[in-house]
Design a protein around this ligand. Structure first.
Ligand code: SAM
Length: 379
């Protein structure tokens, strides 16, 4: 939904990315974005040009308001980066002063102000705060924001432990600001990737801070691994929404002559999948391909034999099925005739209806009290 975001003297039209989502009531910004931008203006913090580091700006609401500044935008999400670019373009704003950085890039050293949108993942929060403390100057102005109900005393404790002295603002429109100084001389330092042994194998899985199922095997993934198809040599396989790559790893451990494409929109997911293949199956690394992408946008039509997918049902804080829809439609496009999409999902999500609509067929492979594994063939 493109909706006007009118703040101070700016009148922006912002959209979520990908555009055209079925749930059209969702906005591309929230009260926390409004609050942090108004605060900067009221405190005259941006009256002269500053080097500003912005973290986790969902679709560019903060960046699009500050394009006269020198901006660096850090995100783990390829979709967020695409959203920022889209909203800059559709508002006729220049990209000249903006550098997009992934969550694994080093931070620029000459930063004056950090604007920090608090992420949903506690692992990512700790990793980013730790990196800010280690890589930025003590004098930096640090302002975080979120919906007030998400800022608990335990959240503030993390800011104190990883950065230093922390205070908060009053709540405005149910949003709150957090101010921290980088003055904790004994600040904690977050250690990532985390590692755990993969049950019933000799493998160890490594997980960067924002990776799905970072602390243990997802129960859906476990059930999916029990119900994967037999894969012939030279099969072109996509592990779609690969996370740490556990599904592709399982495929290659059984069929070392398959080609596996690991695809995810999270930079940390792709880095984890690469690490896991390099560490656990180095002999198969030549058959592994890694791609940060929005679903299968950049994959050629009619080019693969098998897509395996444990789809997400959230985008940031919103529960939504548009990504699953897109993943299924893209899979139909990229499969060769006779190729298979095999998925796992919670029973109540009704994915079989979507597959029937897109593929004209679907078959239940296995089910238990929580999950179903379903296959659809491209005719
Ligand atoms: N395959 C892993 C497993 O089974 O444990 C992770 C599955 S997790 C339910 C879904 C994954 O989809 C996440 O890693 C998430 O980052 C990824 N994802 C979400 N939106 C995506 C998109 N638009 N394109 C590609 N991947 C996406």
């Amino acid at each position: 939904m493109i909706s006007p975001f009118i703040l101070n003297d700016k009148n922006l039209f912002l959209d979520r990315f990908p555009t055209g989502q079925v749930n059209r009531s969702l906005q591309a910004w929230d009260a926390a974005d409004e609050y942090i931008i108004s605060y900067l203006e009221q405190q005259l913090l941006t009256s002269s040009k500053q080097n500003i580091l912005i973290f986790n700006d969902s679709f560019g609401a903060i960046s699009c308001n500050l394009t006269e500044q020198q901006l660096y935008c850090v995100s783990d999400s390829f979709l967020s980066h695409q959203g920022i670019e889209l909203n800059l373009e559709q508002n006729g704003l220049s990209e000249e002063n903006i550098t997009l950085l992934s969550s694994l890039d080093d931070l620029p050293s000459d930063i004056n102000i950090v604007l920090y949108k608090i992420p949903k993942s506690k692992g990512l929060l700790c990793q980013q705060l730790s990196k800010i403390k280690q890589q930025l100057s003590k004098d930096v102005i640090f302002i975080a924001c979120d919906r007030a109900k998400e800022i608990h005393s335990s959240t503030l404790k993390l800011f104190e432990n990883y950065l230093g002295t922390t205070t908060t603002s009053l709540a405005v429109k149910k949003a709150r600001l957090v101010f921290s100084q980088l003055d904790n001389d004994k600040a904690l330092s977050a250690v990532f990737p985390t590692s755990w042994p993969l049950e019933n194998t000799d493998f160890t899985l490594h997980n960067h801070a924002n990776v799905y199922a970072r602390e243990k095997l997802d129960i859906g993934a476990r059930y999916f691994m029990e119900n994967l198809p037999n894969v012939a040599a030279n099969t072109e396989v996509i592990d779609l929404g690969c996370g740490n790559g556990v599904i592709g790893l399982q495929v290659l451990s059984k069929q070392p002559a398959a080609q596996v494409h690991f695809i995810d929109e999270s930079y940390m997911a792709i880095a984890s999948a690469k690490l896991n293949m390099t560490e656990n199956l180095p002999s198969a690394i030549e058959q592994c391909h890694f791609l940060v992408n929005d679903c299968l946008t950049s994959v050629e039509g009619g080019s693969v034999d098998l897509v395996l997918c444990n789809p997400p049902f959230h985008q940031q804080t919103a529960t939504t099925d548009h990504i699953a829809w897109q993943m299924f439609k893209d899979s139909h496009r990229v499969l060769k005739k006779g190729g298979e999409l095999r998925i796992i999902g919670n029973r109540q999500l009704g994915y079989h209806i979507k597959l029937q609509r897109i593929f004209g067929n679907e078959k239940l492979i296995a089910s238990n009290e929580k999950f179903v594994t379903i296959s659809a063939i491209k005719r």
